[in-house]
Design a protein around this ligand. Structure first.
Ligand code: AP5
Ligand code: MG
Length: 216
């Protein structure tokens, strides 16, 4: 089983491709964004504080997300992990390397999903998600077969994210360029970086990722 990182700005398609890999290859998706959104619904003080930071489009502290990932990795040794939205800072990248080392696992590929900013606004503002199973949709590029009904689980509980508006997106992009994009150089220097065209159609992106995984 290979362990991979999907690296890319908001709306690059990390979650969409991760879900396909879970279905097709039985891999384990570790999305820190999803974990933090779950913590938010717990209604604890920490959950509320995190929700405010996320709604503004800022990054949550390294300590919190590293703690979340550590819990998942140590509780599920054996891997096949897809890191989706983690690491997002150099400190998180170092922590992940240490954690993989400590648990006797390897990081097999870092896949940069390349997109341009103009496409991201349309992707983010058209996105909605099934509140029951988490399937990701888009008003134009990935509508459900029956409007308002989830293809996967039949739920009608479709939701929009609190940070999917233009103001929060601007902040998320700023955070990406300032804090996360240095990871491209970091993994390039470690000889672990590959790239796919994230602007291609979803199936073409899946194929490109599959061929990288088969080589990893
Ligand atoms: P997170 O949930 O990770 O959000 P993000 O990185 O902003 O990325 P998104 O989930 O918005 O985009 P995606 O790449 O998954 O795209 P998707 O597949 O949905 O993080 C949210 C927040 O949590 C952060 O801002 C931060 O506050 C906090 N956080 C999370 N992790 C953290 C960390 N490690 N450290 C600190 N803070 C952290 O696709 C988008 C849309 O496009 C969908 O509608 C989809 O249907 C459509 N689409 C996808 N692919 C295609 C395609 N090929 N063609 C056409 N449409 C497509
Ligand atoms: Mg996502």
């Amino acid at each position: 089983m290979v362990n991979i990182i999907l690296l890319g700005p908001p709306g690059a398609g990390k979650g969409t491709q991760a879900k396909r890999l879970v279905e097709e290859r039985g891999m384990v998706q570790l999305s820190t964004g999803d974990m933090l959104r779950e913590a938010k619904t717990s209604g604890t003080e920490m959950g509320n504080r995190v929700a405010e930071v996320m709604a503004r489009g800022e990054l949550v502290t390294d300590e919190i997300v590293i703690g979340l990932i550590e819990e998942k990795i140590t509780g599920h040794a054996g891997g096949g992990f897809i890191f989706d939205g983690f690491p997002r800072t150099l400190k998180q990248a170092d922590a992940l390397a240490e954690l993989m080392n400590r648990t006797g696992q390897t990081l097999d590929a870092v896949i940069e999903m390349q997109v341009d900013d103009a496409a991201l606004v349309a992707r983010i503002t058209g996105r909605f998600t099934c509140g029951n199973c988490g399937e990701v949709y888009h008003e134009v590029t990935r509508p459900p077969k029956v409007a308002g009904v989830c293809d996967v689980c039949g739920s009608t509980d479709m939701r929009k994210r609190a940070d999917d508006n233009e103001d929060a997106l601007k902040q998320r992009l700023m955070e990406y360029y300032k804090k996360t994009s240095p990871l491209i150089g970091y993994y390039y220097a470690k000889n672990q970086l590959s790239a796919v065209d994230g602007l291609a159609e979803m199936d073409a992106v899946s194929e490109a990722i599959a061929s990288l995984l088969d080589k990893a």
